[in-house]
Design a protein around this ligand. Structure first.
Ligand code: UFG
Length: 344
């Protein structure tokens, strides 16, 4: 029997890629999105990529009446993925209440509606931000979580705790908490990708916009960290690999006997790359010379973090397949698509 998954935030960056991978794996999927951080044209692209019409419910995932109406209309739901969170760290410091309301209310409403309609399987977008500045590298799921450095990070930690309590409290739920490392890249078709609003906060969109001439210069935030080349180290994961981890999580949950399971799982490549390596690799794959300078460190940046991804391998049968080169090539191709659109 085909399983139907509710993809909350399915028009966004990671949600849209996951929607494509779900359909490719034989799942049926339904999207909820309010387009607060996504564009309507993503839906047309999803139709083009999958060859199927999209069942879309436009509305606020934190509105219990709206979410109830979606579950009533989609009576065959078997699981849900929660992507509908705001994610800009700096903005969350300036607007904490908006972040807490959106990220936590939407989680609470989804959990309650799933419990009311007896929909068991949940995959949640958590983040490696829950590890703070880790005492050991690579981080495993047993590495202690630390106090969050931002309201954004705090919402991830709080949602993990809420889900764990809901699962243990006998709400007939099973959950996987996917702790993403640094998602980058775009679909190889260049039909979907990240759509940063305004000046990007994240490294790779800033790199591609600089190479495209939209930004005059990239600033590398600090080159005096205690790392091999002085710049920060992250675990960059291709968004298509990340999307597949959601599919594998749902496969896993379906096979779990009984309810009450709640597993936190790292989703990274297991490799750390420095900011300088990202810049140099980008220059190679794009065949361009990037205009950059070294600036002061950015407040709150963790010097180095990368995943031990063993648990994903043995529990989900998932591991990353795409390389940093693949991700940067796809990000550059996607930037080319965006720049062409802007000129039209
Ligand atoms: N960086 C630059 N210049 C830029 C942008 C970023 O040098 O213009 C550097 C950062 O200092 C950092 C690295 O590139 O060393 C990666 O920065 P990103 O902003 O792309 O990603 P972060 O690791 O800061 O943040 C990511 C997610 C967050 C999550 C966090 C957890 O975007 O959602 O990981 O560690 F909270």
């Amino acid at each position: 029997m085909t399983k139907t998954i509710l993809v909350v935030g399915g028009a966004g960056y990671i949600g849209s890629h996951t929607y494509v991978e779900l359909l490719a794996a034989g799942y049926d999927a339904v999207i909820v999105d309010d387009f607060s951080n996504a564009e309507q044209r993503v839906i047309d692209r999803l139709v083009e990529l999958t060859g199927h019409s999209v069942r879309l419910y436009e509305g606020d995932a934190a509105d219990p009446r709206f979410m109830r109406s979606v579950f009533e209309a989609e009576s065959g739901l078997t699981g849900a993925i929660h992507f509908a969170a705001y994610k800009a760290v700096g903005e969350s410091v300036r607007e904490p209440l908006r972040y807490y309301r959106n990220n936590i209310d939407s989680m609470l409403v989804l959990l309650q509606t799933m419990a009311d309609f007896d929909v068991p399987d949940l995959v949640f977008s958590s983040s490696c931000t829950v590890y703070g500045v880790p005492d050991e590298l690579p981080v495993t799921e047993m590495t202690p979580r630390k106090d969050a450095h931002s309201p954004y990070g705090n919402t991830k930690r709080i949602c993990e705790d809420i889900i764990r309590d809901a699962v243990t409290g006998g709400n007939h739920l099973k959950a996987v908490l996917l702790r993403y490392f640094n998602p980058i890249g775009a679909h190889p078709s260049a039909l979907i990708g990240e759509l940063p609003i305004g000046v990007p906060n994240n490294l790779v969109p800033f790199v591609t916009q600089t190479a495209a001439g939209i930004r005059p210069e990239l600033t590398i935030f600090g080159d005096n960290y205690e790392t091999f080349d002085g710049t920060c180290i992250r675990d960059y994961i291709h968004v298509v690999d990340l999307a597949r981890a959601h599919v594998k999580s749902l496969d896993y949950l379906e096979g779990v006997d009984g309810r009450g399971c709640c597993e936190a799982i790292n989703v990274g490549t297991g490799r750390g790359n420095s900011v300088m390596e990202v810049v140099q690799t980008f220059e190679q794959v794009a065949g361009v010379s990037l205009n950059y300078k070294i600036g002061p460190p950015r407040a709150g940046d963790v010097p180095a973090i990368y995943a031990n991804a063993d648990k994903a391998r043995y529990l989900l049968g998932w591991e990353s397949q795409l390389t940093l080169e693949d991700a940067l090539r796809d990000a550059w191709r996607w930037q080319g698509m965006l720049s062409t659109k802007e000129k039209e």
